[in-house]
Design a protein. Structure first.
Length: 471
């Protein structure tokens, strides 16, 4: 309802002053001013105004008719919301007051907002904001909830999900886990060279694993070379032949019309904008010399390329990580990254190698020791910048130490040096982790570890990535 008031204070035109929303007692905006003693960037935490109280029915039931004002992005752990300067907009109410109640709903204190805009939300069970409209009859109450995180956000919380992921296999010597069509697949070799396969749906990584089935021997399938792309698994056997599978159980021998001897796989080189077919990269042995090779499909003719540069690994390197093409920066194809491994001369290396679609470049490491059978996953500290923090789970030679890189493996550093709260895995006793997977929906890491002949499953999650951010 609006009210028109005439003015005759020296105005010969008899202009009218319009007072609108005479019975309106609602809040339009609500915010805090910066106060570093509470937390950094306090004014950046947005508040939602729920006029009907539907966001928290249980709370609204205790205060019938009240709306709820709350910050959906909670303040950091340890924040104490006291002495906060509040800013609000509303439609000319006659009174604005805050009422503080204890846990028994007894009134403890009140603040008249016309006299002071500083409000202490800390020691009270409930703070009620009441607006009285210009008609002095209509009132509207809001419960003000200042949410504060109860767990530390800047830490990776590691834990053991399974001490023995596949109880039927107790003498595993090598394995790798990979994903295909919503399923995890573990390919594991026992001490007698038999190779076993088990699968599991993403939704139950602890109890949902199928009974392991024997799929052959390491002569046909070397689990350390397992790699998935598209709708197929690929694997190279000790016999130098390439095989692929659509389910991880039944394997098909690649046509290989030139009779090449395969050593390992190097991932998929993705083209930009469909400019050309994607290319599978591999290492082959030709006349006793290891060379690069490429093909659009494993059953087609492979193009044999250059001899491997000195110090390039043939086995034991991390599962290839591929980053998207960036035509705007001149990168017409994706880039492939690997770290560590064993050279044809049986030398274990620490270097990272990167392929830009034409040639491989080496990045010599100073902090990372020579390593085999480690694993890499792109991670982040902010979901707005995925892939900016790569994590290297330990392999042989790393003594269970986690490493990280902020430049895609160009330089690896000990995680405990710069992010000590991310590297607290001492109680887990990590040994060799040939596979690591990131669930990008929950930002949870799953680390598959070989531990005294058994496969363990370790999980880690950066706590702050579990919080729902709305800013």
């Amino acid at each position: 309802m609006s009210s028109l008031l005439s003015s005759c204070l020296g105005d010969s035109n008899g202009s009218e002053v319009v007072v609108t929303n005479y019975s309106n007692a609602t809040v339009k905006t609500f915010s805090f001013s910066n106060n570093d003693s509470v937390c950094a960037g306090l004014s950046g935490y947005a508040f939602t105004i729920d006029h009907l109280g539907t966001s928290d029915p249980e709370l609204a039931a205790r205060w019938p008719g009240a709306g709820i004002i709350f910050n959906s992005d909670s303040l950091p752990v340890g924040s104490v919301p006291d002495t906060i300067t509040v800013s609000m907009t509303y439609s000319s109410p006659s009174a604005v007051k805050f009422y503080h109640y204890d846990a028994s709903a007894n009134l403890v204190d009140s603040v008249d907002f016309s006299e002071s805009q500083k409000v202490n939300f800390s020691p009270y069970a409930t703070t009620l904001l009441r607006l009285t409209a210009n008609d002095r009859l209509t009132t509207k109450d809001y419960i003000v909830k200042v949410n504060v995180h109860t767990v530390i956000g800047d830490t990776i919380r590691w834990g053991l999900l399974s001490e023995d992921l596949l109880p039927g296999l107790s003498d595993v010597v090598t394995f790798r886990a990979d994903t295909l069509d919503g399923l995890f697949c573990v390919l594991a070799a026992a001490s007698d060279s038999s190779v076993w396969m088990s699968e599991c749906d993403f939704r139950d990584l602890v109890r949902g694993w199928s009974e392991p089935v024997c799929t052959g021997t390491m002569q046909e399938l070397n689990p350390a070379t397992l790699w998935s792309s598209g709708n197929r698994f690929f694997c190279v056997g000790l016999d130098g032949k390439l095989r692929y599978s659509y389910n991880g159980r039944d394997w098909i021998l690649a046509a290989n019309p030139d009779g090449l001897t395969f050593c390992n796989l190097l991932g998929l080189q993705l083209k930009a904008n469909g400019a050309a077919s994607d290319t599978i990269r591999a290492i082959v042995l030709v006349d006793g010399t290891c060379r690069f090779a490429a093909a659009a499909d494993p059953d087609e003719v492979w193009t044999v390329g250059d001899v491997l540069p000195e110090g390039f690994p043939v086995t034991g390197y991390t599962r290839p990580v591929s980053t998207p093409a960036a035509p705007q920066r001149g990168n017409r194809t994706s880039r492939i990254y690997i770290t560590g491994g064993l050279t044809p001369d049986d030398v274990v290396i620490s270097s990272s190698w990167c392929c830009d679609g034409i040639q491989w470049a080496e990045f010599v490491q100073t902090a990372l020791p020579p390593v085999m059978d480690a694993s890499v996953t792109p991670y982040c500290t902010d979901t707005d910048e995925p892939g900016t923090l790569w994590i290297l789970a330990p392999g042989y030679g790393m003594n269970g130490t986690l490493f990280f890189s902020e430049n895609k493996g160009v330089a690896w550093k000990k995680l405990s040096r710069e992010y000590p709260s991310y590297a607290d895995t001492e109680n887990l006793g990590l040994e060799v982790c040939p596979s690591m997977y990131l669930d990008s929906d929950s930002w949870r890491l799953y680390v598959f570890e070989l531990h005294t002949g058994r496969i363990r499953l370790v999980t880690g999650q950066l706590t702050q990535l579990t919080f729902l951010h709305r800013r």
